[in-house]
Design a protein. Structure first.
Ligand code: ZN
Ligand code: ZN
Ligand code: ZN
Length: 468
């Protein structure tokens, strides 16, 4: 806040210490977290992988001790254990005088060890055990208490870090200062990971990834700054359960207290002025729940034809029974459009993508990051299907949202800017001469100037905040 006036934009950014998830260790660069086809393995530990020498050099300071530890341990511990070790090495390097205020803030973070459920406690104890085996004898020894404190802090303050396109959670990280920002299901800020430009100079001086705390709208002086740890698309009851389970608190935000929009999220359709009977809505809601579980299973197995089959069957039953804001229907539309576009059935995919965005618009905050990402995806699908007017409109809308939630320097925003210019040019051409437009579009589709057909992710950006 400047001169008592409200400000809009970035509040600040903090340093991130992170480690790659074991499940994605083979597919992303351990330095910049970009998904790459060809990665170069670290010759010492044969575990770490990088895009090139620049990425490797940038990561060496963080990887040096890990490299030796992995080599002598002969195994690779999970991401939480590796992250704990990275943080402790950093703390030890700085000695007893911790000059870095961000790391000093670690002391203030909650570990909630006494709140861990019995099942999770077993895994937690295994992590402690593995840490003690992994931690080299040549490094400064730590007590079981301080190790469990560190793992506890990671457990309830760790963030999921997504890849460069924000599509998949590929790492776990800790942003010590940001953890002190409180949660609200309808927040006034959002956090976003920004690797920014990876120029040589940048890498040399700022090898650390940073995340930004960004305002979603005007914030009045004295108003508390909040972010959301859960997806708003969940019912208030489910959000509260997730928050209690993962972050150990009872949410008392306005939206939870008033159960705002819960009814919309479970509503039945109105057909020709008549409400669908409550019984029928309930029955199809239950049916959708089981179909969603089936669909998730097929999706994890990457059985995309099965996913389409399940979704189509379910969507048919939901039609004219559930409202267009019913979250089970929205989930089906979202998955169906994503998988259909992956299978290159663009026209059908675009129909569901549009329904999804229209539903999201009635539920999400107008500057919600997930809404922005979904609108972008829908825009690309329409572009692929050749509906250039709608495509351009959606890309522009998505761009406006991401300028706020991700900022102008974020790689996704830059991609969107390029798409906006491309679709604008195509739209102009379409208005002048439809034939030329269609010829050009076919050529463009073949060359795929817009590379957005990532394999449908099992974990999406909504899990950015999920505790690992
Ligand atoms: Zn890299
Ligand atoms: Zn190594
Ligand atoms: Zn809440």
């Amino acid at each position: 806040k400047e001169n008592g006036k409200c400000c809009l934009g970035i509040f600040g950014s903090v340093e991130l210490i992170c480690s790659v998830c074991s499940s994605h260790a083979a597919s992303v660069c351990h330095s910049c977290f970009r998904r790459q086809e060809k990665l170069q393995r670290c010759g010492q530990c044969r575990f770490a992988q990088y895009c090139d020498k620049t990425c490797q050099r940038a990561a060496w300071e963080e990887h040096k001790q890990e490299c030796a530890a992995v080599k002598s341990y002969g195994k690779v511990p999970n991401e939480n254990v590796r992250l704990a070790a990275r943080i402790l090495w950093r703390l030890d390097k700085q000695g007893s005088v911790v000059s870095d205020t961000q790391l000093a803030a670690l002391e203030e973070l909650e570990d909630h060890i006494y709140d861990i459920s019995e099942d999770d406690l077993k895994d937690f104890k295994v992590d402690i055990h593995n840490f003690l085996d992994y931690w080299p004898r040549s490094s400064k020894p730590h007590t079981v208490d301080s190790v469990s404190k560190m793992l506890g802090v990671i457990n309830c303050n760790g963030f999921m870090v997504s890849d460069q396109r924000g599509l998949q959670a590929v790492g776990v990280g800790l942003f010590p200062n940001l953890c002190l920002v409180n949660h609200d299901c309808w927040p006034n800020c959002t956090v976003v990971l920004n690797n920014g430009n990876q120029s040589a100079v940048d890498t040399m001086y700022h090898s650390q990834k940073r995340i930004e705390l960004r305002a979603l709208g005007k914030i009045s002086p004295g108003e508390e700054v909040t972010v959301s740890y859960v997806d708003y698309l969940n019912l208030s009851e489910d959000r509260r359960r997730l928050l209690k389970q993962q972050y150990f608190f009872d949410c008392t935000c306005e939206h939870c207290t008033n159960k705002t929009k819960d009814e919309l999220k479970m509503a039945g359709a109105v057909v020709e002025g008549d409400k669908v009977p409550e019984e029928t809505v309930k029955e199809i809601t239950e049916y959708s729940r089981t179909m969603l579980e089936k669909m998730e299973k097929a999706r994890i197995e990457a059985n995309y034809n099965e996913v389409v089959k399940i979704c189509r069957e379910c969507v048919e039953k939901q039609e004219n029974v559930l409202a267009d804001t019913h979250i089970y229907q929205l989930r089906m539309w979202s998955t169906l459009s994503e998988v259909l576009s992956y299978l290159q059935f663009f026209e059908e995919a675009s129909t569901y993508a549009r329904k999804m965005v229209e539903g999201y618009l009635k539920l999400y905050h107008p500057n919600n990051a997930q809404l922005g990402m979904a609108t972008m995806r829908a825009g690309v699908t329409h572009w692929q299907a050749g509906f250039i007017e709608i495509a351009h409109g959606m890309i522009c809308k998505a761009y406006a949202i991401l300028m706020i939630t991700h900022g102008p320097t974020h790689p996704i925003t830059k991609d969107l800017e390029a798409m906006r210019m491309q679709t604008e040019m195509e739209l102009r051409m379409f208005k002048q001469n439809e034939y030329v437009y269609h010829t050009m579009r076919e050529a463009a589709l073949k060359n795929q100037p817009i590379r957005m057909m990532a394999e449908p992710a099992t974990e999406s950006i909504k899990n950015l905040f999920r505790r690992k």
